[in-house]
Design a protein around this ligand. Structure first.
Ligand SMILES: Nc1ncnc2c1ncn2[C@@H]1O[C@H](COP(=O)(O)OP(=O)(O)OP(=O)(O)O)[C@@H](O)[C@H]1O
Ligand SMILES: [Mg+2]
Length: 283
């Protein structure tokens, strides 16, 4: 049985359907990227998988003893969330809340878990800082550690790199890749970045026109009509990244831009082929 299975799923707000006819399955160890233009329903689907939004039709089925509260979630960021007045430690630990039931205090195991996740994401030095004083990239790492505290199985990331500069974006993608490959956690990520999707994900779900335009492997996606219709967007992203690196170069005198270019090159040459994940029987 699949880890998550969606059958003829639809969602509506106040009687108006925003998504319908979703049919796809996610297996343990997959890295699914959900693509689609603004308003396509990506965040709505994420909330549906989490049980925060009730489907107007169809159903979501969980296999392998998975429960919605065992899914880690990094929500799409809003300005209000970025201004959250709590310490990094409090924010990360709050990821354990869903598993605590009525117990009022964090256990030692939960605190140890929070420390382990912060160490893995290299944010221990931020532990006592106020979350709202951090940079965008640091905040996303904190939220990633928080989401990891909630799960050993599945993590949902809603635009985790939105607003981050190219260097921080690549580092974030590498972290997510490690979470998937080394920790064996299934990743479901919303993204507008078609290059990253076709580089890191094992599977793609492309939403548009209130429905599913494509679901399948990354390889099949590259031959799909949905992919080709998105290519104009890809060109725009490429131009934006190039412009951002040049802007960074102007500001920093070249040092940081050189690091970004190096990391980009490393990501392109060193990253193990995602096919390896599939050969390992996870896709
Ligand atoms: N609470 C709500 N009440 C009414 N309509 C909503 C609500 N939330 C979302 N919608 C509508 O549902 C549709 C899908 O929204 P959703 O936020 O899921 O899109 P998205 O793909 O995540 O967009 P983005 O890329 O901008 O984050 C949009 O038309 C949106 O206006
Ligand atoms: Mg959204």
């Amino acid at each position: 049985m699949s880890l998550i299975s969606c059958e003829n799923l639809s969602f509506a707000y106040e009687g108006v359907t925003v998504l319908h006819g979703l049919n796809f399955e996610i297996e343990q160890g997959n890295y699914l990227c959900i693509m689609g233009e603004n308003g396509a329903g990506k965040s709505t689907l994420m909330k549906g998988l989490l049980g925060l939004k009730k489907p107007s039709g169809g159903k979501v089925t969980f296999g392998e003893d998975l429960r919605a509260r065992e899914i880690g979630y990094l929500p799409q960021q809003t300005p209000v969330q970025k201004d959250f007045p709590a310490s990094v430690w409090e924010v990360v630990l709050s990821g354990c809340l869903s598993g605590m039931g009525l117990r009022p205090f964090y256990s030692k195991a939960e605190k140890d878990r929070a420390v382990r996740n912060m160490q893995a994401l290299e944010i221990m030095d931020l532990k006592d800082r106020c979350y709202r004083d951090l940079s965008g990239g640091q905040q996303q790492r904190v939220l990633l550690a928080r989401a990891l505290c909630a799960t050993r199985k599945v993590i949902l990331l809603d635009e985790p790199v939105a607003g981050l500069d190219p260097l921080v974006t690549i580092n974030m993608y590498k972290l997510i890749e490690r979470i998937n490959r080394e920790m064996g956690i299934t990743v479901i990520m919303v993204s507008h970045d078609i290059q990253a999707a076709t580089r890191y994900a094992s599977h793609i779900l492309h939403l548009g026109e209130d429905r599913q335009l494509f679901f399948g492997t990354r390889e099949d996606y590259r031959h799909s009509a949905a992919y080709h219709s998105f290519m104009d967007g890809e060109k725009a992203v490429h131009i934006w990244k190039k412009a951002a690196v040049q802007e960074e170069k102007k500001r920093s005198g070249g040092t940081r831009a050189a690091a970004a270019a190096k990391t980009q090159k490393e990501a392109e040459t060193e990253s193990p082929a995602p096919e390896a994940v599939q050969k390992g029987g996870k896709a």
